[in-house]
Each structure stands twice: as structure tokens, then as C-alpha cells.
Design a protein around this ligand. Structure first.
Ligand SMILES: [Zn+2]
Ligand SMILES: [Zn+2]
Length: 111
């Protein structure tokens, strides 16, 4: 189902971002608060159908783990690790201006 696959996912600690390089050459820098805020797990999102940004604790990213070949899991230093970010989801969150402009659904916007 994935339209794109990440070829590289790096935690750039100096900048506080997770840099995802995709198989089409696209690169997105995801600030860690942004990733945490969009954590798709039920604990963070409750039972709302639509995933939205939830401002939460600012936690350092401790670990990035591959989940099968379809998703990644982020473990945060406050122990939270239940969010599974599928590649499709991750790509849909890409915060770069190019993707922002392309995004027709208000997935990453408030209001
Ligand atoms: Zn969560
Ligand atoms: Zn992008």
C-alpha cells in the first residue's frame, strides 16, 4: 500500500529533528515535538477517528525501531513507545513546505 518507502531515518539530535529520506529522494525534517504530538496511539489520540496534534510532554527521542517493513516505532525518554507510525502516515505528516502545499486534506492543520 505504501506509495513511498523511507530509505533512511536519522535522529539528528543536534537539531532535535528526525530526518527521513524517502525512496523518491524526498527529505523531510520532523521536529520531535511534532512527531510526538502526532503520535497515533490510542493513549495519545483517544478514540477520535481523526488523528490530530496533541501537545504533550516534550521528551527526548530515545530510540527508533523498525516495525516489520511497513512502519517505525519511536521510543521516548519518558517511556512512551506505543505509537506505530506507518510509512504512509509518516509521509503524510511530512512538515516540509512542499508537502504542506500539496496536502489537500487538513491532516496536519488545526481548524
Ligand atoms: Zn502515543
Ligand atoms: Zn515533504
Amino acid at each position: 500500500m505504501s506509495a513511498h518507502l523511507p530509505v533512511e531515518i536519522n535522529h539528528v539530535t543536534r537539531q532535535g529533528v528526525v530526518r527521513v529520506t524517502w525512496d523518491d529522494g524526498h527529505v523531510g525534517d520532523y521536529p520531535r515535538e511534532y512527531l510526538r504530538g502526532y503520535c497515533p496511539c490510542a493513549l495519545c489520540q483517544g478514540h477520535e477517528a481523526e488523528i490530530k496534534f496533541i501537545a504533550g510532554p516534550t521528551a527526548e527521542l530515545a530510540e527508533i525501531t523498525a516495525v516489520g517493513n511497513y512502519a517505525v516505532q519511536f521510543r521516548w525518554e519518558d517511556g512512551h513507545s506505543t505509537g506505530i507510525y506507518t510509512f504512509d502516515y509518516l509521509r503524510s505528516l511530512c512538515p516540509c513546505p512542499q508537502c504542506e502545499a500539496l496536502r489537500s486534506r487538513p491532516v496536519a492543520k488545526e481548524g
